[in-house]
Design a protein around this ligand. Structure first.
Ligand SMILES: *[C@@H]1O[C@H](CO)[C@@H](O)[C@H](O)[C@H]1NC(C)=O
Length: 597
């Protein structure tokens, strides 16, 4: 989540174009059925042949795109009581028992995964004021008041009103505590609002009062004092969070439940959590024991209490492995964000020739951390946005492979380790080649490219932009893991696919410079099939679940998504506002669209 991003434009749904998505092999050729409209009174029924030998259940749909190599298209599948696919069938089974197989409406794809998101923070975001896209102080206040109306009692000393998404660039200057006091209804409330990039907080007077009269400067942080107090950035945020009544376990559980429900709505059955504390991972473990409380599959990266350290005791206390929660992975941080010139670059920024950004850790520490974690049996995932950070990350991962090499082939070592570079946003061509040789996986968020496209060239210059930045197609041989970085971007994987395929913003449908037709660095665009693979098999491989997740085949987890049409038959613009019919996890339906219930 360590990144700047421009203010989001308000989301807008579009049904403009019906141009078919190119190169898609997803639609089953033999299915010509018209769009299956949801029937309001549709009662869901199972074809249940369980009365005979076992209690497996068979489901038949208008079409099933399995994403498996051997049987790409099917019509039915069978699910065991333990929630695995036990058979995939081209036709409804021949019935000797007189059971008829009802063809359920809709077209199935495997359950989708997000390869890089933040579960708890997303839940917290859902329980706070959404300020993304707000364009004036009036609008911020209005949204806060509206939230207050819906959540009476927030803003009390024990329960601060939280929000996220403001941006001083569009508010016309750094906001102050006083701005919030201008609305009678907000006077005296405890309010803490995160900037779009979560690198600053803006607080109310009641919160400022907790700090006392003289607030000293904080190294590595900024306290904005002009035009008035109210905004605290980076390390100075600690002054505020020290006073903040942190959510307790009960509240965090509410956040997680809300997040899971919301993620299922967009077709997600699983996610990779890109950094959770040992305390939060313990909560994940507790909750995941109860299958009614935990419906999403999570592969979580541990973040030590102290960032960029080796904490083997905390780690082994939370290590975990089952089909719903796997904790065997750690998150390290190489650098900061591009928007604020924080990414560590090999060469100076084009628009700030005085700086190359900053590393959050030096090369020797990173190397020793990667080696220690790898030797302790943990998957190492390193946040790296700038090309210098990526190079040092690769140096450290290469060194960490030495204990496996040369006794084994590098490919075999990588197969066991699955080291990852999170974001992999700016990569020198030589380092892309090294990633390939070392088998290091890029974990990429296609919507970051379209959110950054307005200013990326200013920061990087044309040459560096076109040879290094926001690669996608050229990373394909490296098996990219695709995701969204929610809550920094919306979690909808179809919007991620849209961004990957069109390289235009799913929010506006526009490319850089407001050009509707031309996307950003189109040489790097994926086909829809490639993008879909990134959100299924790519994430599965990055989480040691190939063959188990992101595919419908015998022995895989019974997770699937039902759409109204075969994915390849949607117009590309439809991906911006896709509404899935149903989402199933482990043979259980975890989401049904209102008109399909
Ligand atoms: C790297 O950072 C560590 C921890 O901050 C420090 O102890 C060490 O001296 C640094 N090494 C170099 C070569 O700067």
């Amino acid at each position: 989540m360590d990144r700047d991003k421009q203010a989001q434009e308000p989301r807008r749904s579009s049904k403009e174009s019906t141009k078919p998505v190119r190169n898609s092999a997803l639609s089953s050729p033999w299915i010509t059925a018209a769009i299956a409209a949801c029937v309001a009174a549709f009662a869901f029924r199972f074809s249940d042949w369980s009365k005979t030998q076992n209690s497996d259940r068979t489901y038949c749909y208008e079409g099933v795109a399995t994403l498996s190599d051997t049987k790409p298209a099917a019509r039915c599948f069978t699910v065991s009581p333990s929630g695995e696919f036990t058979a995939v069938l081209q036709q409804p089974p021949a019935s000797s028992t007189g059971v008829t197989y009802e063809i359920l409406p809709g077209y199935v794809i495997p359950g989708l995964w997000d390869g890089h998101g933040h579960l708890l923070q997303y839940g917290e975001f859902l329980h706070s004021v959404d300020l993304f896209g707000s364009e004036s102080a009036d609008e911020v206040r209005a949204r806060v008041v509206q939230y207050l109306d819906a959540h009476p009692g927030v803003g009390a000393p024990g329960e601060w009103l939280r929000g996220v998404g403001w941006d001083q660039m569009v508010l016309g200057g750094m906001p102050t505590a006083e701005w919030l006091e201008q609305d009678e209804r907000l006077k005296g409330l405890h309010i803490m609002l995160d900037r779009v990039d979560v690198h600053c907080v803006w607080v109310s007077q009641a919160v400022l009062d907790l700090l006392g009269p003289d607030v000293p400067d904080v190294p590595g942080g900024e306290i904005v004092r002009d035009p008035g107090m109210g905004v605290f950035c980076d390390n100075a945020m600690d002054l505020i969070t020290a006073k903040w009544p942190r959510p307790d376990a009960a509240k965090k559980k509410r956040f997680i439940r809300s997040a899971m429900a919301e993620l299922h709505k967009v077709g997600l059955v699983g996610m990779h959590d890109a950094g959770a504390t040992p305390e939060d991972l313990q909560l994940f473990r507790d909750m995941s024991q109860d299958s009614s409380d935990w419906t999403l599959r999570v592969h979580a990266m541990l973040e030590c209490k102290e960032r960029n350290t080796f904490c083997p005791d905390e780690a082994s206390a939370v290590r975990h492995q089952d089909d719903f929660l796997s904790i065997r992975s750690v998150k390290l941080f190489g650098d900061g964000a591009l928007g604020s010139w924080g990414s560590a670059m090999l060469d100076p920024y084009t628009d700030r020739p005085d700086t190359t950004g900053s590393l959050l850790v030096n090369a020797s520490t990173l190397t020793s951390l990667a080696a220690s974690w790898s030797a302790a049996g943990w998957q190492v995932c390193i946040h790296a946005i700038g090309d210098l950070a990526a190079r040092l990350a690769l140096d450290s991962l290469e060194a960490a492979l030495v204990d496996c090499h040369p006794a084994r082939e590098p490919a075999e070592c990588s197969q066991r380790r699955r080291f990852r570079i999170e974001h992999a946003q700016i990569l020198h061509p030589a380092d892309r080649a090294r990633m390939h040789a070392l088998g290091v996986l890029p974990s990429v968020q296609p919507t970051h490219a379209t959110s950054d496209m307005a200013y990326a060239e200013l920061r990087l210059g044309r040459e560096r932009l076109t040879t290094e930045a926001y690669r996608l197609k050229s990373l394909l041989p490296l098996r990219p893991v695709l995701g969204s970085d929610f809550p920094v971007e919306p979690p909808d994987p179809f919007q991620g696919m849209y961004a990957a395929v069109t390289r235009r913003s799913p929010k506006t449908g526009l490319g850089p410079g407001g050009d509707a037709k031309v996307g950003f660095l189109m040489d790097e665009a994926l086909t829809l099939d490639e993008a879909l693979h990134g959100f299924t098999g790519g994430v599965a491989y990055g989480g040691f679940m190939e063959g188990r997740a992101g595919v419908i085949q015998e022995g895989a987890l019974a997770d699937w998504v039902v759409l109204d049409r075969p994915l390849g038959e949607y117009g590309v613009e439809d991906l911006r506002s896709m509404r899935v019919r149903e989402t199933w996890v482990g043979g259980r339906r975890v989401y049904a669209r209102e008109d399909c219930r």
